[in-house]
Design a protein around this ligand. Structure first.
Ligand SMILES: CC(C)(COP(=O)(O)OP(=O)(O)OC[C@H]1O[C@@H](n2cnc3c(N)ncnc32)[C@H](O)[C@@H]1OP(=O)(O)O)[C@@H](O)C(=O)NCCC(=O)NCCS
Length: 244
């Protein structure tokens, strides 16, 4: 991560790599503008990814290319060869068997996190701290979370809301491989602690699960990065069977 200052931005180059408890995080500088991605950059992708990128326009193309370069970079950090990573029908990146990965982009940065999937599937999200958008509270929070925010000092409420928003977006990405459906913000409850971790409670309307979810957050250069790892929880019967 050393050396990143955000100011000396060279588009489509590595901004930083960062090891986290959930996986390797790689970041790529992207231009905060909708101009077409130069063909010389598109050509750096795998052929199938490049074909897909050429069908995209504006910011979508910039973000897709940045995300693919980031995930390739993260795979390289794990010492793994990069293979074409195409979106499935729900927009999720499809990684080779045995791996999980997730992508997020915001303005001038694309991030990807990759890990082996033995401990679960990954979701990652990146959010700007500023400007505060307190009006999202009603859409994002359940009643218990609104009450928790009201108990906080006024100046701490926005960060408490932003953390929950970001972690829920990461939950969505990590959960998608199991549920394959839109999961609403009100189906998830998040309780961040002060040490970079958060408790996640899933109240899935269609009764899927049970799942174990682990969430964490950290500040990176004035932004918040959250990641979530989800796996299917073993039922009591499965645990007994595994031990016998
Ligand atoms: C899908 C969603 C989470 C993406 O978040 P976003 O802030 O719009 O965009 P981000 O830059 O953070 O993430 C975009 C990346 O998400 C990934 N993504 C998209 N759909 C996905 C899915 N169904 N599952 C997993 N990852 C997905 C893609 O990799 C995409 O980047 P790419 O197209 O370049 O590959 C968001 O648009 C959404 O629909 N949210 C509403 C549902 C929700 O968050 N519920 C919370 C409770 S679970």
């Amino acid at each position: 991560m050393a050396g990143y200052d955000g100011a000396t931005l060279v588009s489509y180059t590595v901004a930083f790599h960062h090891a986290t408890p959930h996986g390797v995080l790689s970041a790529i500088h992207i231009p905060d503008a909708p101009e077409p991605v130069p063909e010389s950059v598109v050509a750096r992708l795998h052929v199938e990814e490049a074909e897909f990128a050429r069908t995209l326009r504006g910011y979508r193309q910039v973000q897709f290319v940045g995300g693919r370069l980031a995930i390739r970079s993260a795979l390289q950090q794990l010492g793994l060869a990069s293979t074409p990573i195409l979106p499935n029908e729900r927009g999720a990146p499809v990684l080779p068997k045995g791996l999980s990965g997730s992508i997020t982009h915001k303005r001038d940065l694309a991030l990807a996190m990759v890990a082996r999937d033995a401990l679960g599937t990954l979701g990652v999200d990146l959010e700007d701290y500023a400007p505060p958008r307190p009006s999202i509270a009603e859409r994002v929070l359940v009643a218990e979370e609104i009450e928790a925010l009201q108990r906080l000092a006024e100046e701490r409420r926005w960060i408490a809301l932003l953390l929950r928003f970001s972690i829920k977006e990461a939950v969505y990405k990590a959960l998608d491989p199991y549920v394959h459906r839109y999961v609403g913000f009100h189906e998830v409850m998040v309780r961040p602690d002060l040490h970079g971790w958060a408790e996640v409670t899933l109240r899935l309307e269609k009764g899927e699960g049970p799942f174990e979810a682990e969430a964490r957050y950290e500040w990176l250069f004035g932004r918040i990065v959250t990641s979530v790892r989800i796996r299917e929880a073993q039922t009591d019967t499965q645990q007994v069977a595994a031990q016998s």
